[in-house]
Design a protein around this ligand. Structure first.
Ligand code: SF4
Ligand code: SF4
Length: 454
C-alpha cells in the first residue's frame, strides 16, 4: 500500500505503556528501533537538531550495507545516549508522527530504551542518580554550613577536577550555586486581593516553585510574586512540593517518576479543583505536568485535572492581558533583549508568549532564537556530553551574541547560563568590546520593566 508523504492531521501522542512487560522487552524494543531508524534514514530531516541523528546516520554510513540492517544492534545504544528527550523532533519536524500510519515517536522510543538501560544499570548509574535527585541535593546543599562548602567547591578548579573524575560532572561545565535562603521559606505571603477571574484566566494562582528556583535562584520566584502582586492577583505557594520528576524521566527511571507523582499530584489536584491556575517558572517542569505525566497516567483523573490547570507563567500573563486585566504601566525600558525559546517551551505549543510579553515593554527590542542550546537539564554537564552540548549550542551562542544585546534571556535559566558560558568561550580570544550583556530570566526582566524593586 502506498503512503502519502506526511500527515495532514494534527499530531497525537499515544499513552506510554510503561507498566506493561512488553515496554521492557529488549528484543521488541530493538526491533522497533530498527523500524524507526530505517524511516529516519530515508528522511534525515532531523540531522541538525541534536547529536542523536548524526550519530545514527554515521553508524549507517559506516556499515557494510549503508543501510540500518548493516548496523549491529549493540550500537543502537549510542544513539539512545545522545538523546536528551527534548521532544523537538516529534513536535516540530516529524511528518510521520501519529496519526500517520508509520507511527514514529522518536523521543518516546528513546525513553523506552533508556528505561531498559536504567533497569539494567550502567557504569554511570551512581552519577546519574545523584544528578537527577534535585530535591535531595537541594535539601542537603542548602544547609547553611554545607552551602558555603558546596559553592566554594563549584568554583575551585582542583575540586572540579576531582568532581569530574569521581562524579562525572565536566570540570568546566557551568553548575548552579545553592542558597540557604530558599524560596519557599522566604516567599512573601499574598495580599488578600479579591479574586477577579477573566474570560480566559482564573483570578488566583498557585506557584509550583520548582527545585531550581527554590534551592538555586530564588530571586526568580520572588520576582514572579512581585509581578502577581503588582497585578493584584492573589497567590499561594505550594509548600509540600517534590521534584516534578523530569530529571528521573530523562534517565528512564519511571518508577521514581511515579513516586514523585504520588507526592505532587494530590495537593496540586486539590488546588486545581479550588479553581487555581498553577504556574511553574521552569518550562521542563511545566511540560512534565502538561504532557509526560498525563501520557504516563492517562486514566488518572487527578493528573488530567492538574494538566488542565497548569500554565506557563507568560501564557497566563498574556491571557490576562487579553482579558483586560494586566497592568501595562511599564516604567523601565529593557533595551535590546536577545531571547532564547527553550525546547520544552516550544513543545508546549502555546506560541511565543514570553516574547509577546517582553515586546509589550516600550522601547524594548526583542531578538528571538528558537533552537536547542544543548544544555538539556543534567545531560549537558556530564563529562562525556559537555563538549557536544557546547557544539550543539554554538549556532545559538553566535546568533544571540551577534545581536549585541543588553540582556540574554531564556525561560530555561539553565539554558541561559549555558548560553552565557558558550558566548564567553566564543569570544575568549577576541578583544573586549566594552559591553557585556547581563543574563536575566524573562520574569526578572518584567519585574524590572514594571519598576519594582529587586
Ligand atoms: S528528542 Fe531531542 S534530543 Fe532526542 S532525538 Fe529528538 S531532537 Fe534529538
Ligand atoms: S524523527 Fe521523523 S522527521 Fe526526524 S529523521 Fe526521523 S522520520 Fe525524519
Amino acid at each position: 500500500m502506498s503512503q502519502r508523504e506526511g500527515s495532514l492531521e494534527a499530531p497525537t501522542r499515544h499513552p506510554l505503556e510503561w507498566q506493561t512487560p512488553e515496554f521492557y522487552n529488549i528484543d521488541a524494543t530493538l526491533k522497533e528501533m530498527e523500524r524507526v531508524f530505517d524511516i529516519c534514514h530515508g528522511c534525515r530531516r532531523c540531522v541538525s537538531l541534536c547529536n542523536a541523528f548524526p550519530r545514527l546516520f554515521d553508524l549507517i554510513d559506516a556499515s557494510p550495507t549503508f543501510e540500518v540492517d548493516g548496523v549491529p544492534k549493540e550500537q543502537y545504544w549510542q544513539v539512545v545516549d545522545q538523546c536528551y528527550l527534548c521532544d523537538v523532533c516529534y513536535l516540530t519536524k516529524c511528518p510521520y508522527v501519529p496519526p500517520h500510519p508509520w507511527n514514529v515517536d522518536f523521543p518516546h522510543l528513546m525513553l523506552r530504551a533508556k528505561a531498559i538501560q536504567f533497569k539494567q544499570g550502567s557504569p554511570t548509574t551512581f552519577r546519574d542518580n545523584a544528578l537527577s535527585s534535585t530535591d535531595r541535593n537541594g535539601k542537603l546543599a542548602s544547609i547553611p554550613v554545607v552551602v558555603t562548602f558546596v559553592n566554594a567547591a563549584a568554583r575551585n578548579p582542583t575540586m572540579r577536577a576531582i568532581g569530574e573524575k569521581v562524579v562525572g560532572v565536566h570540570r568546566t561545565a557551568w553548575v548552579p550555586e545553592f542558597t540557604s535562603k530558599t524560596f519557599r521559606t522566604h516567599a512573601a505571603a499574598s495580599a488578600p486581593y479579591p479574586v477577579v477571574a477573566g474570560q480566559r484566566t482564573a483570578g488566583k494562582v498557585a506557584i509550583y516553585s520548582t527545585c531550581y528556583v527554590n534551592y538555586n535562584e530564588p530571586g526568580i520566584g520572588h520576582d514572579l510574586i512581585k509581578i502577581l502582586d503588582h497585578n493584584r492577583i492573589p497567590y499561594v505557594i505550594i509548600e509540600k512540593e517534590a521534584c516534578c520528576g523530569m530529571p528521573k524521566f530523562e534517565l528512564g527511571d519511571l518508577e521514581s517518576v511515579a513516586k514523585l507523582k504520588a507526592k505532587n499530584i494530590p495537593p496540586l489536584a486539590q488546588l486545581a479543583r479550588e479553581g487555581y491556575t498553577i504556574v511553574t517558572p521552569i518550562p521542563s517542569c511545566t511540560l512534565m505536568f502538561k504532557q509526560e505525566l498525563p501520557l504516563m497516567f492517562p486514566n488518572d483523573a487527578e493528573v488530567q485535572a492538574v494538566k488542565a490547570a497548569m500554565m506557563d507563567p507568560f501564557e497566563y500573563l498574556v491571557a490576562r492581558k487579553k482579558d483586560g486585566l494586566l497592568q501595562s504601566d511599564f516604567k523601565t525600558h529593557l533595551g535590546h533583549v536577545s531571547y532564547h525559546v527553550p525546547c520544552h517551551s516550544r513543545v508546549q505549543n502555546v506560541g511565543q508568549k514570553t516574547r509577546e510579553m517582553l515586546e509589550m515593554v516600550p522601547n524594548t527590542q526583542v531578538t528571538t532564537v528558537e533552537r536547542c542550546s544543548g544544555h538539556a537539564g543534567t545531560w549537558g554537564v556530564k563529562k562525556e556530553f559537555h563538549e557536544i552540548a557546547l557544539k550543539i549550542g554554538k549556532p545559538v551562542f553566535r546568533q544571540m551574541d551577534d545581536a549585541a544585546p543588553d540582556y540574554i534571556s531564556s525561560d530555561c535559566q539553565l539554558a541561559a547560563h549555558h548560553i552565557e558560558q558558550g558566548i564567553e568561550l566564543l569570544n575568549k580570544d577576541k578583544p573586549a568590546s566594552g559591553k557585556k550583556a547581563q543574563t536575566a530570566h524573562p520574569i526578572t526582566l518584567i519585574r524590572k520593566a514594571y519598576g519594582l524593586p529587586d
